[in-house]
Design a protein around this ligand. Structure first.
Ligand SMILES: N[C@@H](CCC(=O)N[C@@H](CS)C(=O)NCC(=O)O)C(=O)O
Length: 126
């Protein structure tokens, strides 16, 4: 049975580009106040607590993560956004700041990261 009193929880790591995507979506959609956000700075006790909280529920802890409904944990930024977008009837494609980030800085950083990995791999076998 669905628990209608449950407030969804999102777990966000500071300076994580995937977490910023979720955070921007929640802010621009106006849903931020309907979600409990648990942020942490890497290397802190807060991180240990959050990892301990998540690990029994997921195969591999990653960020962002979310507990969308009581006991329903998800660890993919796009799945988290899709859940909230569907719930609120909002289309992320029409959200200016979110789209600018995803298509701009985020896409560029992913491209550079992949290029960097390929260059490192090529350098190590040369
Ligand atoms: N496909 C994932 C990628 C997320 C990802 O790679 N997050 C990094 C942080 S930026 C992570 O969880 N790294 C492992 C860790 O912190 O334990 C998503 O879009 O949510």
């Amino acid at each position: 049975m669905t628990d209608h009193t449950f407030k969804p929880i999102v777990y966000l790591k500071e300076n994580c580009p995937f977490c910023l995507k979720v955070r921007l979506f929640l802010l621009e959609s106006g849903l931020a106040s309907e979600v409990e956000t648990r942020d942490f700075v890497p290397g802190t006790d807060q991180e240990e607590k959050i990892r301990a909280e998540l690990s029994p529920h997921v195969e591999k802890v990653s960020f962002p993560s979310a507990q969308l409904e009581a006991g329903r944990y998800v660890g993919e930024s796009d799945d988290i956004i899709a859940f909230f977008a569907a719930k609120a009837g909002r289309d992320p494609a029409g959200m200016t700041v979110y789209r600018n980030y995803v298509d701009g800085v985020f896409a560029t950083s992913m491209k550079l990261w992949k290029e960097n990995m390929e260059l490192k791999k090529a350098a190590s076998v040369a």
